[in-house]
Design a protein. Sequence first.
Length: 134
Amino acid sequence: VGLYGRAEPPVKWQHSTDAPCIGAAAVKVDDRRPATIIYGREDGYVFVLGTDGREISSTLLDDPAMCLTALRASSGQAVILVGTRESLRCLKVDGLSEIWRRAGCYVRLELLSAGDTKRVLAVRPDGTMDVFNL
């Protein structure tokens, strides 16, 4: 995972994932701070990085991760959604504490917008889908 640009130097920073990356996103925690970069690894680690590439926080889930996305929910809170073999988890970006967990295996997450309502489409291995309002 890294930050790259057209101007010199083209590589601003790189962060070695050390395991297969299952998803990455950038989200603003609030309007006062720049966006943070979030990524997850197949082994269940979730990382939050600053725009300078510095690790802000990380956590190891108790189950391998399969997909990840992040967004600011309708309430304005920045959250990370992680699909694992056992559940879909919603974590706070600040501190990585768990907000909620829904049982089920999820392999893909897509962001949806409808007016002011933020939604995530969560896809199961058999192709069935659940929609979560955030």
